[in-house]
Ligand binder design. Structure first.
Ligand SMILES: [Fe+2]
Ligand SMILES: [Fe+2]
Length: 176
């Protein structure tokens, strides 16, 4: 991730404002009941991020063959839902991101089997795969589960059957 993107996200995450009631109604109209239950328990800044990502995706898919498919809006709204399990606040997430960069790709699995803060860091760094399990267990859209598991792993997108144009739009919406 580029530094300006990280700085923008950090600044936004300081805001504790929840999504508006209109945004929440829109989210509820997109998600399955089980997904809504998962999404609703996220902290304000995670829900606000999800709404921004889904709104950007809606704009970028307008006029494409995927514009009318709610599964991709659903995927945008649910992509970070697995962060709930780690229970990390803003500064813990910054520390986790640094640990992930320093530790390398094999460490999150090992860390999530430990205890205390180490476990939280491991769970946070594995939020994609954890979210995918949550979505499937909640009866959510398979597209949302696939995108949750894959959204930080571009090298897997083709193998899991994601259309490259949809994956690129989802990724761009997450990183603006
Ligand atoms: Fe993520
Ligand atoms: Fe995200």
């Amino acid at each position: 991730m580029a530094a300006p993107h990280l700085l923008r996200r950090f600044t936004r995450s300081l805001s504790r404002r929840p999504p508006t009631a209109a945004d929440a109604d829109w989210v509820r109209s997109v998600l399955t009941p089980g997904e809504w239950a998962l999404w609703s328990r996220l902290p304000n800044h995670d829900r606000a991020h999800a709404v921004r990502v889904a709104r950007r995706l809606e704009t970028s898919l307008a006029g494409t063959p995927w514009a009318g498919d709610p599964a991709w809006l659903d995927a945008a709204l649910m992509h970070d839902v697995g962060k709930y399990d780690a229970g990390l606040g803003l500064y813990g997430r910054v520390a986790a991101t640094v640990c992930g960069a320093v530790g390398g790709p094999g460490m999150p699995q090992a860390w999530s089997g430990r205890t205390g803060f180490t476990r939280k860091v491991g769970l946070y760094l594995r939020h994609g795969e954890i979210g995918a399990d949550m979505i499937r267990m909640a009866g959510g859209h398979e597209e949302a589960a696939v995108w949750s598991a894959a959204h930080h792993h571009p090298d897997t997108w083709a193998a899991v059957g994601l259309d490259p144009r949809v994956a690129a739009a989802l990724d761009a919406a997450d990183h603006e």
